[in-house]
Write a protein that binds this ligand. Sequence first.
Ligand code: MG
Length: 334
Amino acid sequence: MENVITLAHGSGSIQTSELIDKIFKSNFDNPYLTADDAAVLPNDTGKTAMSTDGFIVSPYEFPGGNIGKLAVCGSVNDIACMGAKPKFMTCSYIIEEGFPVEELEKIAKSMGDTARKAGIQIVAGDTKVAGKGQVDKIFITTTAIGDIVEGVNTSGAFAKPGDKIIVTGDVGRHGCTILLARNEFNIDADITSDCAPLWNNIETVFNETKDIHVIRDATRGGVGTVLYEIAHQSNVGISLESDKIPVDPGVRGVCAMLGLEPLYLACEGRLVFFVPAEVADKVVDALRKCENSEKAAIIGEVTDENKGKVILNTAVGARTILSRPSGELLPRIC
Ligand code: MG
């Protein structure tokens, strides 16, 4: 096999089957991944969640992960937020002619490893090769489906005054990592992406209580954007305690230098929960026992007043409205 991707790899020729067998099948191996036109999957009764997402992150490899790991985590976490246990996934690769096969192999391996960790099987896929300059290196789209756990009913529209707001760890690490990986600012900081599949964390919470109103992963736009989305969807106000929001000191330092708000930097391994006050401590305790949510914390609550707004309360007693950034803060972070 050649060591860079050529147009022949995407032509449906002998090179295409070679690429699929060697790079994808070997890494994604499971009984549902066949050579047929579509994957044939067992049926379940009840409700299914399904979500799709395209990934164009630049650079495609970064401290803490790569585009393959990110593409699995992104779709897995989206269905998990609806209370669905990840089950099956499809993926579509668009690769630029000349892309090193060795790099593709690393990405596929990381995708396979992350899928196994998340408990999802990659059952179908597609590869297209675009001519040089027609696409930037590699783009991946994934679609995930899973069955919703019985008794669970979450939605961004279900937040209620009095709910406690929980974040599962320090915020803004993924966005900060990508920013630094581009070397545009000449800042040296030891920061890795939080990119992780989070179904285990959610399932652990469900084992304690299914009385959860909202779960959302704080990806593009960060925790700040998620909070505004929920405030609008549920027509409620949100009151945050700034000193309770976990931020890695490295991320805080970079944000201070560049004038960025960590609440608006993307996470790829953080969830925001809205839960009734009486179960909040139980949920935090359960999360703290899981990998990737050891630093879970209650950061605020839902209010009847200030509908549609997010209010920040500082330790010294000041109250401000969390201002919303306009336009694209940071392109191609996921
Ligand atoms: Mg999401």
